[in-house]
Design a protein around this ligand. Structure first.
Ligand code: V47
Ligand code: SF4
Length: 392
């Protein structure tokens, strides 16, 4: 056993609680923990116990490597026909004049801002605008790919797909094929929230349900399109709702193997209809990351989305199972800033991201969207041209 393994074994041996001891032994032996054990870890696990196990698992899979990419976001619109209680966009449909909607040419201009920059991914998600239909988005993808064929397009949540495919009267297979042909490369993890209907009914009753979300990702995976998955935690859900959510994802991943990354998203309570719900503590946040790493044993990557957590807490997650910090993100990702995230204008230059990771003694590795390594910064401080056109 490795030194890290010995240390965790000692911690397990010193644990008096038989349930925690058994779960720890299972994890160290590479066995899968059960639903009940997942809930138990949340309820009984100390931060140090969960952190040691999750860090052991993270280092077993990835060593010290911590991935990021050079990406930017486009939000086609902030108008949304749905009314998710946690979302700062959800009130805008009634006041459409306060919203924005970008034309295809305006979005193409945003892409062109990065001409000649070593950016690898554009992440496109937004609200559900009734006028922005499947044809509109297919044309957008075609134009982006014509302009820059090598740019990886990670676009649209299952909520957006569900709405545009239903409006176009196409099956998920047909709609997805059309977007794949137009240039869709992979799918981000949004819209998952909490799958269990007991909570989903209260926070986002009118959008695609759990089975619909999972079916869209299943269909994409079967067509060779990889995707991510999220979970919105820290509001009115109980621990078992989180494990129920992760269990459904674990089962789908066993079936398809198409998920790259799991991203727990911390609920932020500013300017939405759930502002009365307090936010979770940093201790709860770190426990969430640790249990996610331990439960989702078939997900290769665990990502902390730094604009939501703030940079220092994102650094902390790297000791609680996380091996990915998303990317440079250049954009004002307004969906978060509107809900009170730590970072009001989230942009990091590549060198800032690299030093953030090095400060906590991890190994920064630039990746592409599918986790092919582009550059390992272990032995370099010199970072090639930063992507952000503003911060250069
Ligand atoms: O599904 C909305 C969340 C998600 C709030 O796949 C909120 O690489 C917290 O999924 N507090 C969309 N969260 C964003 C998303 C994402 C982000 C970064 C990377 C990737 C990826 C995916 O944003 C929504 C919802 O869960 N969200 N409002 C809020 N008040
Ligand atoms: Fe619309 Fe998405 Fe906000 Fe829900 S979370 S209101 S679907 S933008």
């Amino acid at each position: 056993m490795t030194t890290a393994g010995n240390n965790v074994q000692e911690l397990i041996n010193a644990t008096n609680d038989i349930d925690l001891k058994n779960a720890g032994e299972k994890i160290l032996a590479g066995e899968r923990i059960s639903f009940n054990e997942g809930v138990m870890l949340f309820e009984k696990g100390s931060l140090s116990y969960l952190g040691a196990l999750a860090n052991w698992m993270r280092e077993k899979i990835h060593g010290n490597k911590t991935y990021f990419n050079r990406n930017f976001h486009i939000e086609p619109t902030n108008v949304c026909v749905f009314s998710c209680a946690f979302c700062a966009y959800s009130r805008l449909y009634a006041h459409r004049e306060e919203g924005w909607e970008l034309s295809i040419d305006q979005m193409l201009d945003l892409v062109k801002k990065y001409d000649g920059k070593p950016i690898t991914e554009v992440h496109i998600v937004g609200g559900i605008h009734p006028k922005m239909n499947l044809d509109f988005f297919a044309e957008l993808l075609k134009k982006i790919k014509t302009h820059r064929p090598g740019l990886h397009v990670k676009a649209f949540t299952a909520v957006e797909f569900d709405y545009m495919f239903r409006k176009a009267k196409l099956s998920v297979e047909e709609g997805m094929q059309m977007l794949k042909n137009a240039g869709l490369d992979s799918i981000p993890g949004g819209g998952a929230e909490i799958f269990h209907p007991e909570i989903r009914q209260q926070i986002c009753a009118d959008k695609v349900d759990a089975d619909g979300w999972l079916n869209i990702h299943r269909t994409a995976h079967k067509m060779g399109i990889h995707s991510n998955a999220t979970l919105l935690y820290g509001h009115i859900e109980k621990y078992w709702h989180r494990i129920d959510h992760m269990e459904r994802l674990r089962q789908l991943q066993d079936e398809t193997g198409g998920f790259n990354t799991f991203i727990p998203l911390k609920f932020r309570n500013k300017d939405n209809d759930m502002s009365n719900v307090p936010e979770t503590s940093v201790v709860e946040d770190m426990k969430m990351y640790a249990v996610s790493r331990l439960y989702l044993d078939n997900f290769p990557h665990l990502k902390a989305y730094w604009p939501m957590l703030g940079r220092q807490n994102a650094q902390l997650t790297l000791s609680f199972g996380v091996n990915d910090l998303d990317g440079t993100i250049d954009d004002s990702t307004k969906i978060y800033s509107m809900a009170g995230s730590e970072e009001q204008t989230p942009t990091l230059t590549t060198s800032q991201l690299v030093s953030l990771i090095k400060q906590v003694r991890r190994e920064p590795v630039e990746r592409d969207t599918l986790y092919n390594e582009i550059h390992n910064y272990k032995d370099t401080d010199i970072v090639d041209a930063d992507v952000n056109p503003i911060n250069n």
